[in-house]
Design a protein around this ligand. Structure first.
Ligand code: EPZ
Length: 424
């Protein structure tokens, strides 16, 4: 397993191109199951999870090509669904595989998708996805670790009024995909409002779906008999952009984030400004300059969009380890998303966790140390801490990073970080 070795102390400076959003690309790739025509997706990031989704889709009959002459472009075509099973060995690697469940049922009337199971940050149930599909007329059985879903032969999913008891990005996306081919109108309330949801809705509308309300807490979808292929582009990755904005702050550097969309990052930028950062929005993206010396302490509570994103909680915590005073971070979305705390404390941070709240008392300096990556965003928080620490940090199990960050090491190195990836 590869590892990252870095030496802290460089003030990052330079330009970073923000890649396409992982969490937009994955549902967008699933849209190909809804049509027998070609989908052309642009700005697809080269990530482990995209590779897993590609493997999954090819396994059910999608032909996919990524023309070498056009990096980031995917051509996908599903003339016929030849297999309706999403196997455990792919789903266990990438939980977002559950997003093929809705489209497979909507297009072919049946699906057998492995239950994703939990992960480091929580047990990650999919009951909201399943209950909504049952409301739409699907017969759902759980057998031997798989979801077995069927719609009576000759029938289609039925449009329904569905209220989600809690906000779920994946459930919102799964049911948007399914409802686009259902019979009649579906009204979804208490839905997720993330930019990735809007990106998906805009793609479905270009395919002929009739959708309104995306980006608000209620989405209405008029189901269609069939949808056409289209071309669509993946939005910039707001979590990657937020990660590098925090990298600029934690190293007291200055980074230009090309392609970043500030309107997707309002809650994060507000926190960085409150900590003393300077932020300039320009035509190409964002310029973020860290505060000199200790950042001001800011309290954070994660929340569904447009609140502070849970996917930037670990990165912000790394930044808050050097505050002048103390910062409180409360994680409200996942039940176990503090796996980075013991590793940050091994680097000299002073963090105490009580249930879903962490109290971070600022320290003068972090010390480089060998640390362990546990999940995607915790891993990158250790990279950020290592960039600010004195001395050398070694981060093991960095395959987590490859799932969600395209060319992380080279992007940081190009801005002055002393960082290398070492094959072991
Ligand atoms: C998406 O996961 C993202 N992944 C996550 O990003 C992100 O952290 C999360 O949304 C929240 O923003 C992708 O988009 C591929 P949820 P998802 O359903 O859809 C509970 C990353 O680092 N829940 O919004 O799985 C769930 O346990 C990843 O890029 C149920 O109880 O998240 C959680 O507590 C990590 N039942 C809460 O809802 C369900 O059926 C929000 O989860 C579904 C979810």
């Amino acid at each position: 397993m590869d590892k990252i070795i870095l030496t802290g102390g460089s003030k990052l400076s330079g330009k970073i191109d923000i890649s396409g959003a992982k969490n937009a690309a994955l549902p967008l790739m699933a849209t190909t199951l809804l049509t027998n025509e070609e989908m052309l997706l642009e700005n697809i990031p080269r990530l482990g999870d995209v590779g897993s989704m590609r493997e999954l889709l090819e396994g059910v009959g999608v032909e996919i090509e990524d023309p070498k002459e056009s990096p980031g472009r995917l051509r996908l075509k599903c003339e016929k669904i030849t297999n309706t099973e999403a196997p455990y060995d792919i789903v266990r690697k990438m939980r977002a595989s559950i997003l093929v469940l809705g489209p497979l049922i909507a297009r072919s009337g049946r699906a057998r998708v492995s239950l994703p199971g939990g992960c480091a940050i929580g047990n990650r149930p999919v009951d909201l996805h399943l209950n909504a599909l049952i409301q739409m007329g699907a017969q759902i059985d759980l057998s031997r670790g798989y979801v077995e879903a069927n719609v009576e032969r000759g029938n289609r999913l039925q449009g329904s009024r569905i209220n989600f008891p809690l906000v779920s990005v994946g459930a919102t996306e799964n049911i948007m995909l399914a409802a686009s081919l259902a019979n009649g109108e579906t009204e979804l309330s208490n839905v997720a409002r993330e930019p990735e949801i809007v990106n998906l809705a805009e793609c479905l509308i270009k395919m002929g779906a009739e959708i309104e309300g995306h980006g608000t807490d209620t989405i209405r979808i008029q189901g269609k008999e069939s949808l056409s292929g289209t071309a669509h582009s993946v939005i910039a990755d707001r979590i990657e952009a937020g990660t590098f904005a925090i990298a600029a702050c934690i190293t007291e550097g200055k980074l230009e984030l090309v392609g970043a969309n500030s309107s997707d990052l309002r809650a994060v930028l507000d926190v960085l400004l409150a900590s003393g950062a300077r932020i300039e929005e320009n035509s190409s993206g964002l310029v973020v300059e860290g505060p000199g010396g200790s950042p001001g302490a800011v309290d954070i509570m994660t929340d569904p969009y447009p609140g502070f994103p849970t996917d930037l909680q670990a990165q912000m915590m790394a930044y808050m380890t050097r505050v002048d005073g103390a910062s409180m971070i409360t994680e409200t979305i996942f039940e176990n998303r503090f796996m980075h705390v013991p590793e940050l404390n091994r680097m000299g941070a002073n963090i105490n966790v009580h249930n879903s709240t962490a109290l971070i008392r600022g320290v003068k300096k972090l010390m480089g140390a060998p640390v362990m990556a546990t999940d995607l965003r915790a891993s990158v928080s250790l990279v950020l801490a290592g960039l600010a620490a004195s001395g050398e940090t070694t981060i093991n199990r960095i395959y987590h990073l490859d799932r969600g960050y395209e060319s992380l090491v080279s992007k940081l190195k190009s801005c002055g970080a002393i960082i290398d990836r070492v094959e072991t």
